[in-house]
Write a protein that binds this ligand. Structure first.
Ligand SMILES: Nc1ncnc2c1ncn2[C@@H]1O[C@H](COP(=O)(O)OP(=O)(O)O)[C@@H](O)[C@H]1O
Ligand SMILES: [Mg+2]
Length: 357
């Protein structure tokens, strides 16, 4: 990475004895769309507020553009924040809402008009400049909030769950708009979300947080294919887990015994407690059951999804696995009766040996 636009160096934040952010190191690149993802309460907003300057780290340092921000107040930082509840002023027109921040900063009046115009054009609200917020849709109000932040020309835009107030369909459309906007203006975006689909859809890279700690930072594809541990594998996408009962180490590798699978050898395995995982689409069914891992299960519910099906498979232990099939195999499953015995198969190399919590 050339000089990162934001560096978070060993940052912790405690509220009393409660650790909200725990020794986090992160670097965000110039022009990057970066997402911070994790369950509610994991410290995402607190981390974002420390970048913005609304919270002070208990330990560590936030650098922006190579400059230590420890003594820089929020309004002097080259960042701007779009809040979770994007409060637009109801009594002001769209145009006045967007101009407000520039007025407060005493930007010369001659400069304000053109900058507001430009910001409204960016978020496609030019024709709504005179409207009041209550004459706008939810998506349009959200774009006013974006324009209000962008008009100040931040080097980094901080977004705290910016789409959470929108309904599902609008949210999907706004995701694409956000990505287009970010790529067209080249400003770094740091977006906080608890929604994995949202993070996967928009971000160049994602940081996964859990209880204040960073679990993994990677591109979406790598998070899915090579999760750092069982928490990440569970949080990103769907996975079937088999907790290890006995682990026999051999060099870097391990033989792993579980309740429901034959003993399996892995050429590499992390230290500590292990759990094995396999993604639903790696499980072959019926005529397509191949690979070293062979078991049988009874057919449960099948959720037809057009070009594919999600299949529930009941193991003799009583636990259910989830498989995703398409094409020939989906057609084959569709012809089976509920409760039928189904042969399953997958390859050891399609399994993950992960550190369990
Ligand atoms: N000002 C505060 N005082 C005390 N606890 C706080 C404060 N702000 C946040 N917390 C706590 O820190 C944890 C992380 O909060 P937050 O960063 O808002 O999580 P997230 O945005 O991931 O949902 C939560 O348990 C929250 O209750
Ligand atoms: Mg939050």
């Amino acid at each position: 990475m050339s000089q990162p636009i934001v560096s978070i160096k060993s940052v912790s934040k405690r509220f009393g004895s409660f650790v909200a952010v725990d020794d986090v190191d992160l670097e965000i690149a110039e022009g990057e769309f970066f997402a911070m993802l994790g369950p509610s309460g994991c410290g995402k907003t607190t981390l974002l507020r420390m970048i913005a300057g609304f919270e002070t780290p208990t330990e560590g340092q936030v650098m922006i553009g190579g400059v230590d921000m420890s003594h820089t107040p929020p309004n002097r930082r080259p960042v701007n924040m779009v809040f979770q509840s994007y409060a637009v002023f109801p009594h002001m027109s769209v145009e006045k809402n967007v101009a407000y921040g520039l007025k407060m900063d005493r930007v010369p009046a001659a400069e304000i008009g053109p900058r507001v115009k430009e910001a409204l054009a960016l978020v496609q609200l030019s024709q709504f400049a005179e409207r009041k917020p209550d004459q706008l849709s939810g998506g349009q109000r959200q774009r006013v909030a974006l324009a209000r932040a962008l008009v100040k020309k931040p080097r980094v835009l901080l977004l705290d769950e910016p789409l959470s107030a929108l309904d599902a369909k609008l949210r999907d459309a706004m995701r694409l708009e956000l990505v287009k906007l970010q790529k067209s203006i080249g400003v770094s975006f740091i977006m906080v979300t608890h929604d994995q689909d949202e993070a996967l859809a928009v971000a160049d890279r994602i940081a996964v947080l859990h209880q204040g700690r960073l679990r993994q930072v990677a591109k979406p594809e790598a998070l899915y294919q090579r999760p750092a541990d069982a928490f990440v594998a569970d949080f990103i996408g769907k996975a079937n887990f088999f907790p290890a009962l006995k682990v026999t180490r051999a060099g870097a590798g391990a033989r792993v015994e579980t309740k429901e699978l034959p003993p399996l050898d892995f050429p590499a395995a992390p230290d500590g407690n292990l759990t094995l995982a396999v993604r639903p689409e790696k499980i072959g069914l019926g005529p397509e059951a191949e690979g070293e891992v062979r078991i049988e299960a009874k057919l449960g519910d099948v959720a037809f999804q057009g070009d594919s099906s999600l299949v529930e498979l009941l193991l003799p232990s009583g636990r259910a696995l989830l498989a995703a099939t398409h094409g020939k195999s989906a057609a084959w499953v569709g012809a089976q009766k509920e409760g039928a015995t189904i042969p399953l198969g997958w390859r050891v190399e399609d399994m993950l040996a992960l550190k369990a919590d």
